[in-house]
Design a protein around this ligand. Structure first.
Ligand code: SF4
Length: 178
């Protein structure tokens, strides 16, 4: 059985593989995520190391970074998000087409980190939904890659109809996102 058969659920044998459309699309999407790095401070430096040859995020099919929200499907938020920055982050998220996922990298993005102050969001999930949180100050590149792999698991197993579900619409409505 080939490596592909082991990863993608289904029935496989020599020269063939039977699976469902959901699984095939999820598998393809999970290995072609296009990240938008929203880096505001030191965690962004760890992201640069994650992209560099020692850790090489392109091994996961995610080397094509995009600074255009319309051409990306994974928002990676890395660094402190001041309250003035909040509307910009939300605007970027809204401009991304569905399906899209959010990876919150580092203590600042996840919870405000050491900046327990009036001017900093105590976690980006106050303004946009988050799929996976990576703890640490800063998280090492291995941890960022682990977060990316968790996102890949979500993408691979997401039902095609999830984005049209009432549950998902309610989640977005909770953030006043249409
Ligand atoms: S979590 Fe730590 S390393 Fe990351 S942006 Fe905040 S202060 Fe910097």
């Amino acid at each position: 059985m080939s490596e592909t058969n082991e990863i993608m659920e289904g029935l496989g044998g020599q020269g063939y593989h039977l699976t469902t459309l959901d699984k095939a699309i999820g598998y393809a999407r999970s290995h072609s995520l296009w990240p938008l790095p929203f880096a505001t401070s030191c965690c962004g430096i760890e992201f640069m190391a994650t992209m560099a040859p020692n850790y090489d995020m392109s091994r996961f099919g995610s080397e094509r970074l995009s600074f255009s929200p319309r051409q990306s499907d994974l928002l990676m938020v890395m660094g402190t998000i001041a309250k003035k920055m909040g509307p910009i982050l939300k605007h970027v998220y809204e401009q991304m087409a569905e399906p899209k996922w959010v990876l919150s990298v580092g203590a600042c993005a996840c919870s405000g980190g050491i900046f327990d102050t009036y001017s900093v969001f105590q976690g980006i999930d106050k303004i946009i939904p988050v799929d996976v949180y990576v703890p640490g100050c800063p998280p090492r590149p291995e941890m960022i890659l682990e977060g990316l792999m968790k996102i890949q698991d979500l993408v691979r197993n997401e039902p095609l109809r999830r984005r049209n579900s009432e549950e998902y619409k309610q989640l977005l409505a909770g953030y006043h996102i249409e």
